[in-house]
Design a protein around this ligand. Structure first.
Ligand SMILES: [Mg+2]
Length: 190
């Protein structure tokens, strides 16, 4: 089977990592409960920034957000390694900018994810993921962002939303913890 994965906030805990970096950089102590209650992807409001200030801060911090110690979610690495060992094809489709693409591949490898460099796509806009995913004929695709999942709704592909505070309203099948994956796949075949 062909499995496609978004990376940020699907396989790795990027926003929370950025949230902690913001606390440090801005010398703040915003409580993590507020982060977990956010109903949107962007985190700038918690630090009293406007959308514009927020996007400047994000872009300024991007290198640090991407390439320091952002943790994978529990069991994400092990689950993908098992899929790989079982002979499935694993694709990564991330909207991270082109300029950070190659380093992202290396970072994923260093962090234990099974990566085939020919099955790694980056630098597209969120709304253009659909075109790559269509061409790849994936059997499964996992993402956290409501806007991305919506563009794929009518495609012949099994979609899963990685559960996040900002996608609770979606009616797609969800995965809360990566340890659930094999159970979900078995349940689905029944
Ligand atoms: Mg994502």
């Amino acid at each position: 089977m062909k499995f496609g994965f978004d990376i940020d906030d699907t396989l790795i805990n990027l926003r929370e990592h950025a949230f902690q970096l913001y606390n440090t950089k801005l010398n703040r102590t915003v409580a993590v409960d507020l982060f977990h209650a956010l109903d949107k992807v962007e985190i700038h409001e918690l630090f009293d920034m406007t959308a514009e200030q927020g996007s400047q801060m994000w872009n300024r911090s991007l290198e640090e957000i991407y390439f320091t110690s952002c943790p994978p979610y529990p069991d994400a690495v092990e689950t993908l390694q098992r899929l790989d060992k079982e002979g499935h094809e694993i694709y990564y489709i991330t909207a991270r900018p082109d300029v950070h693409g190659k380093r992202t591949i290396d970072w994923m490898i260093e962090n234990g994810f099974p990566v085939n460099r020919d099955r790694f796509y980056y630098g597209m806009k969120d709304e253009d993921k659909v075109n790559i995913i269509k061409d790849l004929n994936l059997d499964y695709y996992f993402d956290d962002k409501p806007a991305v999942l919506e563009t794929l709704r009518n495609q012949p592909i099994k979609l899963f939303a990685k559960s996040q505070s900002y996608n609770r309203h979606l009616d797609f099948p969800r995965i809360t913890d990566w340890s659930e994956l094999f159970g979900l796949l078995i349940g689905e075949k029944k």
